[in-house]
Write a protein that binds this ligand. Sequence first.
Ligand code: 13P
Length: 282
Amino acid sequence: MLVNTIDILKDAREKGYAVGHFNINNLEWTKYILEEVNKLQVPVILGVSEGAKKYMGGFYTVSMMVQGLMKDLNISVPVVLHLDHGSSVEVCKEAVDAGFTSVMIDASKYPLEENIRLTKEVVRYAHSKGVSVEAELGHIGGSEDGVSNSVFHARLDESIKFVQETGIDLFAPALGSVHGLYKGEPNLDFDTMKKIHDAVEVPLVLHGASGIDDEKIKKAISCGISKINVNTDFQIAWHEKVIEFVKENPDAYDPRKVISSGEGAIKEAIDAKVHLFGCLDS
Ligand code: 13P
């Protein structure tokens, strides 16, 4: 069942666990994620960056692919099709029109008032179609799809104002996390995370969860994180296996064999995250 994030994250926030937002890169990735979460019987948020959407063809292709796989594979768990880091109001509207059930507008590079104005515009459109909206304050560091950022933390007072004025359904305060590989120890501001959680009613999102150790992930969940975004960890797990396969089978030219040699690694990594996030015990 394709759903928005509202009910599944409300449950996560109330019971103190987190739902996985797992980025998809292609058909195989999507299939592996859907098969694994269905086996585990947990909800999932499929994240689609603008780069991944371009790679796969476009929003309609992605939307139809996900719907087709859900039907063909008899997926019975709640699935959210979510635009990750939408860069403009227009892009978010396009995703909504193509059947996405959740969108993130990332106007965090703008001053607060402009971020609020753009986010409100997305909320107005998305809510009229039953689609949930995530937005970000501060800067998540690192690089995703070639877009680089330095870390800039969200402030408590601005976070409260932002959530209240925009009417968003889920909030991503940047508090030290980084997209891609960390240089050194991840340094998350748990204190502000907890304060924001206590001050706002909406579920909080942790971006850039790859490379953060299990204890810190558990602590983030205990400080109020309800949605955890993972991409790089799965790519690395997949890559290790594919490299091994190609070394052992230099003559394998069938892309199905090459790509699927990483299937088990992705599924194992998903399994570990779902257990870590407490999603299974809910
Ligand atoms: P990682 O690639 O660091 O796991 O980040 C994923 C993410 O936050 C997507 O929005």
